[in-house]
Design a protein around this ligand. Structure first.
Ligand SMILES: *Cc1c(COP(=O)(O)O)cnc(C)c1O
Length: 438
């Protein structure tokens, strides 16, 4: 069994996280419950930030908060000196409510609404990452109308697409995001922006994929973008000052995943960029990155209570939990794999194979297939590991199931940071019928 971060097993044979008994957490806050190990989040954040510092490179490490957005996580991000990415007015609002320094917020998205753009200007955020020509037009109007400056990057597709274990390079990238680097779109966007008074063009952004396990694809993307910066420098004298290489650093969900340490990703990236700028004789830009999953993924654990079971003779033993695809859509959506354990039976022999089914009305609502566990009974607490990214943030109210509680643990302390959705919460937006015959 693989334990993450500060996880351990106490004398009662219970899982502990951050020095807190997981069974006690389940009793205190109920299940399903997301538990975040703050020490592990901080360790990951420092792994990225400190490596840039050691390499003497000006950098911003922006937490891609779509992975898990809540007031408290923005506050921890602020404590650690991270910047944050938001992709909607809702995430921006949450970050502002958290008191997150607005100058370190970056706004992404391929269809930011006019209201969202106004919201970004009014909050004086750090930068908008422009995705398309329509957005350039609207931003110019808004900035002129407000007579207000805004730093901007353009998102480009460098023709490098990384997937878990390999990557492909393509001439044109068929993507809904960004300006193509090779077909003239990025150049056109640059021409429209670099002399702008209110929109302060700083450089380029690219994001090449997710759950990436090697550094080569990042280096290749960096090289392509730096080459473009050098080309613009040569033709116009303009020196871009920001190179944002996005997120996508891989994490360990199961034993099949072998991620690199944050320091390794950053080191290789910095080397690749330095080499290229030296060869081309341009100044080293600031390097920005945007880890999401790799900051919160393995810091998160979900606790469920086991309920019913079903034996399909000679085929499968099902156990059912009190959550499922409403709090973790990834197995149904991406065929994602997870590991788990019975938090109250950590020292017992895992001699039975189960499939863990959720309680939602979909046959595909299975969280883990074929997991070895000790003999499971109703009332046991099932922990699924590495659920901190894209679990809560993709949670739904399908079947009118309330979204789970979220709890932070650190140094033997625990704190509720997102309340469980109650039955009253589930109907609070509903209005009674007034149309028709009464
Ligand atoms: C989703 C996303 C990220 C974060 O990706 P992870 O795989 O969670 O690290 C970073 N940047 C952009 C633009 C994204 O869309």
């Amino acid at each position: 069994m693989h334990l993450y971060g500060t996880q351990g097993i106490n004398e009662e044979g219970h899982l502990t996280i951050g020095g807190v008994d997981a069974v006690e957490l389940a009793n205190t806050y109920g299940t399903p419950q997301f538990v975040y190990d703050l020490a592990l989040f901080r360790e990951r954040a420092r792994g990225f930030i400190d490596t840039f510092k050691k390499g003497n490179v000006k950098a911003q490490v922006a937490y891609a908060s779509k992975a898990f957005s809540s007031i408290a996580i923005y506050q921890v991000a602020a404590q650690e000196g991270l910047s944050v990415d938001v992709v909607s007015g809702g995430e921006l609002y949450t970050a502002l409510q958290a008191g997150f320094p607005s100058g370190k917020i970056h706004f992404h998205g391929n269809n930011k609404s006019i209201e969202e753009l106004h919201q970004a200007f009014d909050a004086k955020i750090g930068c908008i990452v422009i995705d398309n020509f329509y957005e350039i037009e609207k931003l110019k109007e808004i900035a002129a109308q407000k007579k207000q400056k805004m730093d901007v990057l353009i998102r480009v597709t460098p023709g490098v697409e990384a997937h878990t274990h390999d990557f492909i390079t393509t001439g044109q990238t068929d993507s809904k995001f960004g300006f193509d680097l090779s077909n003239g779109q990025a150049d056109e966007a640059f021409q429209l922006l670099y002399k702008e008074e209110y929109l302060q063009f700083k450089g380029m952004h690219c994001h090449i994929g997710s759950q990436i396990f090697d550094t080569e694809a990042f280096s290749l993307a960096a090289k392509k973008v730096v080459d473009k910066m050098a080309e613009w420098h040569q033709t116009t004298g303009f020196q871009a000052t920001v190179l944002n290489l996005g997120g996508g650093f891989g994490i360990r969900y199961t034993e099949e995943d072998a991620p690199l340490a944050p320091a390794v990703y950053v080191d290789d990236m910095v080397q690749a960029v330095k080499k290229e700028v030296q060869a081309l004789g341009i100044a080293l830009p600031e390097i920005w990155i945007e880890p999401g999953r790799s900051l919160v993924g393995d810091a998160g654990t979900t606790l469920y209570t086991v309920g019913s079971n079903k034996v399909v003779p000679d085929i499968r033993n099902y156990i059912a939990i009190d959550g499922g695809m409403s709090d973790n859509i990834r197995p149904a959506l991406y065929d994602a794999k997870y590991e788990g354990a019975l938090a109250n039976k950590m020292t017992q022999n895992a001699d039975t194979i189960y499939t863990v089914a959720g309680k939602l009305c979909e046959s595909g609502d299975k969280i883990i297939e074929d997991i070895s566990l000790p003999k499971a009974e109703a009332g046991d607490i099932l922990a699924t590991f590495c659920t901190g990214a894209y679990g809560y943030s993709m949670a739904s109210n399908y079947n009118r199931i309330g979204r789970p509680a979220v709890v932070f643990v650190e140094d033997g302390q625990h704190q509720l940071v997102v309340k469980r959705e109650s039955l009253e919460d589930l109907v609070k937006l509903d209005l009674p019928l007034t149309l028709g015959k009464g």
